[in-house]
Design a protein around this ligand. Sequence first.
Ligand code: UDP
Ligand code: MG
Length: 318
Amino acid sequence: MSDALRTRHGKTLSLVIPMHDEAPVLDLLFQRLDETLGGLGVQLEIVCVDDGSRDDTWARLQARAARDPRLRLIGLSRNFGKEAALTAGLEMCRGDMVAPLDADLQDPPELIAEFISLWEQGYDVVYGVRADRSSDTRAKRWSAGAFYQLFNVVADQAIPASTGDFRLMDRAVVEALKRLPERNRFMKGLFAWVGFRQVGVPYTRPLRAAGSSSWPYRRLFRFALDGMTSFSTAPLRVWTLVGVGSAVVALLAALAIVIRVLVVGRDVPGYASLMVVILFAFALQMIALGVLGEYIGRMYQEVKGRPIYLVRDRVGFD
Ligand code: UDP
Ligand code: MG
């Protein structure tokens, strides 16, 4: 790598940790962070973003921040979702290196030492690759696999399979991310879109340390749809092809019928086949309208230009 002289010496690492109802895991989390990150030789800044937790996550964080000057807290005014919470943290952190991390210890902080070494070698983004997803349910693994395949076929910018938000980024990358104004924050896609020198590090994803996941399937589906539509217009364009295709088929069928009537004479009135064609065409139109609706809905979101998140409270920022 060209600038191999990067050094961690005197640099600050920001951890950005989005939290939604994570009170049960907080003690474990900070204990692990202390065990693993103490000897890294960098300054630490721990940015915790409380994403509208209903439990006592915020109170516990505050108590901890009073004793620990490395902590900076951002409390969002309600639950805005993980992507928005991450965005808030990325915008407000100040480190030379920035690592987003799940609060539930599913992103092992031990890996960060290796991330930093690779960063020193000149990589701007070092991302974790989930080598073994056996901690996820089969349904989740299957749907995630299907999603990545489909995404990478249709999207303008491929994302490496089995990556999450767990990574280490150079300040330059974070500044680039801050320039992407879209409200639809599909972070994995945005991370890939900005480019820079990237490298993956495989790891095994452990089970959630405590508490429970905040991603019901309904939400995951929404998330997948958001990702797809914000990084690809293929679902929009495919309907032109489908339309042209069905028009050609309809024309050929019409021609065949006319010729048949001319040659063999009038046929028995084809009620059934007529219904089939009408229903099929109707279904196609509905799907096409639905696809248009998805994109128009997103445009509406963007046009309104509402902020991605609202901050209720901040601790440790001057
Ligand atoms: N999270 C968040 N806001 C939400 C949902 C989740 O900030 O609305 C955080 C959560 O606290 C955790 C991370 O995002 O730190 C990953 O969430 P979770 O473990 O529930 O997801 P999973 O690992 O099951 O995909
Ligand atoms: Mg988790």
